[in-house]
Each structure stands twice: as C-alpha cells, then as structure tokens.
Design a protein around this ligand. Sequence first.
Ligand SMILES: NC(=O)c1ccc[n+]([C@@H]2O[C@H](COP(=O)([O-])OP(=O)(O)OC[C@H]3O[C@@H](n4cnc5c(N)ncnc54)[C@H](O)[C@@H]3O)[C@@H](O)[C@H]2O)c1
Length: 277
Amino acid sequence: MRHLSNKTAVVTGAASGIGLAISEALLTSGANVIMADVEEPRLARACDRLAASHPRVAPFRADIADPEQVQALLAFSISQFGTVHILCNNAGVSGTIGLGKAAWEISADEWDWVLEVNLGGVINGLRTFVPHMIHHGEPSHIVNTSSGHGVTTGPTSAYAISKHAVTRLSEGLLFDVKNRNLPIGVTVLIPGAIGTDIMASVRNQPDACAIVTEGEAKKLEAYGDGLKARGLPAAEVGNMVVKAIQDNQFFLYTHPEQQLSGVNQRFAHLTEMTNPA
Ligand SMILES: NC(=O)c1ccc[n+]([C@@H]2O[C@H](COP(=O)([O-])OP(=O)(O)OC[C@H]3O[C@@H](n4cnc5c(N)ncnc54)[C@H](O)[C@@H]3O)[C@@H](O)[C@H]2O)c1
C-alpha cells in the first residue's frame, strides 16, 4: 500500500512504546488512526498529545483478549472513519520472561494471561477485521507484532511460546490471503530490544490473578530499566512499520544483523538434526 493518506488504521497497544510510535508514524503519513489499549488514562494522555498536531485520531479502550471488545473496536472505528484498511495487532505482555522460570514453574494464570493476550488478541483481531476488509474490498494491510523470541530457540517462557505462534499465524495468514487473491498485505514485526515499558507489563495483569510476587516485580522493573537504557527508541520502529506497509514487506526485523544469527542457529539445528543448545 504505497499511499497511506486518508486510509484508516487501528493500532492495539497504542498507549505506550511501539504501538504509540506506530500510531504517530501512521498519522504523520496521512492515515487516520484509532488508538486502542486496555490502559485507559495512559491511552487518553497519548491520544491527546498526538491529536494536538493530528486531528484525525481517536482513542478506544479495549482488552484485545476479549472478542466482544475487539468487535466493539471495529464498530467504533467504522463509526469514526467508515472503513478500516490497516490493522496493527501490536498489544502484548511479557509475563515473567527474564525470571528464568521453567515450563513447569510458570503458573497456570500466567500461561492463560500471556497466551490470551499475545496469541488470542491477534486471533481476535484477524477474526474481526479481516471479514470487514474482505467486505469493503479495498487494499488493506495487517501487521502482527511478534518478537525475536518468536523466531529463535531457548529456554521456555510463556512469552516466547506465544510469539512463535504469532510468527506462524502470520505466515499462515499470508498463504490464506494469497490463496484467495485478496488485496491484503501482511507484515510480521520482529522487534529486538526496544526501549519501552514491556517488562512492566504485569501492570496490566487481570485483577483475578497475581502473576508475580512483589520481589519478582522489582526484579522485572530493574530488567526493564536496562532494556530502556540499551533498547532502540520506539520511534524508529514506528517508521520501519510504515515503510514495511508501503513496501508490502513480510518479515520486518528491527535488528537484522543480531537477530538473524539466532534464526540461522535454530535452522542449523533443525536441518542438521543436532540438538538445540
Ligand atoms: N520492547 C521490546 O523490546 C519488544 C521486543 C519484542 C517484541 N515486543 C512486542 O512489541 C509489542 C508492544 O510492546 P512494547 O514494547 O511497546 O511494550 P509496552 O508495554 O510499552 O506497550 C504495550 C501496550 O499494550 C497494552 N496492552 C497490554 N495488554 C493489553 C490488552 N489485553 N489489551 C489491549 N492492550 C493491552 C499495554 O497497556 C501497553 O500500552 C508487544 O507485542 C511486545 O511483545 C517488544
């Protein structure tokens, strides 16, 4: 999709980090943007800031893990701008990645929460928005945010498992739209370290389940401070996403030199039948 002017985009996880940066980059390219997030006060602040220079933006509070709220997001988007052309399935949570929990040590609540948001949220986005895109028939594009953890191997984390599923789901989607000759492009965004609040995502854990103890939350916070200090500024990722939409690029790595060595290592084990290490 070369020209984004007057196209409408929906971005999830838009209150912070990469989603906020994607929203800003899309607005700068002339698109209308619906910013969706579960964290309401932060979403309102972020949207107000962008609205000061870009009037065609609106916020919507939605938990992407809930299919009805994602349906309400579509209805709101149509009420604001008529037709949705771009969906950025970007919202995600990191769970306890970084604490070194083994597969059997991760709580059932954490498995549910991370998979429901990171994988379930993308599935809800596709099940809701793709039929709308097929119905209006105009060129459209979907960006799913995976992770470097979604293409490499390593110890278990609910996060890495969810992101592997997002990578494979995006590949499946690419085949699905091509096999049906639909004018829908697909990008899977594979960020490396980006300086955002992702490590503090337990702030959005559902009330009913406590995923981490206070001590664990402090460790994650310290890990998050390190990520913010060394990570790429999110604004750069926003611009990369806009370019990938314009170029119809499927794989979008933010740090290709570093990330591809991990991918190559994994594929060497797969193809040479050596044990992962
Ligand atoms: N920051 C990194 O280094 C990095 C690396 C790889 C992948 N990612 C991925 O990038 C995406 C964006 O994360 P970020 O780094 O900007 O983190 P962030 O925490 O700054 O932003 C994530 C946003 O998602 C929102 N969110 C969380 N749960 C939600 C839900 N159920 N419904 C709706 N919104 C919800 C949060 O409120 C937050 O505003 C995530 O999918 C993350 O996994 C980030």
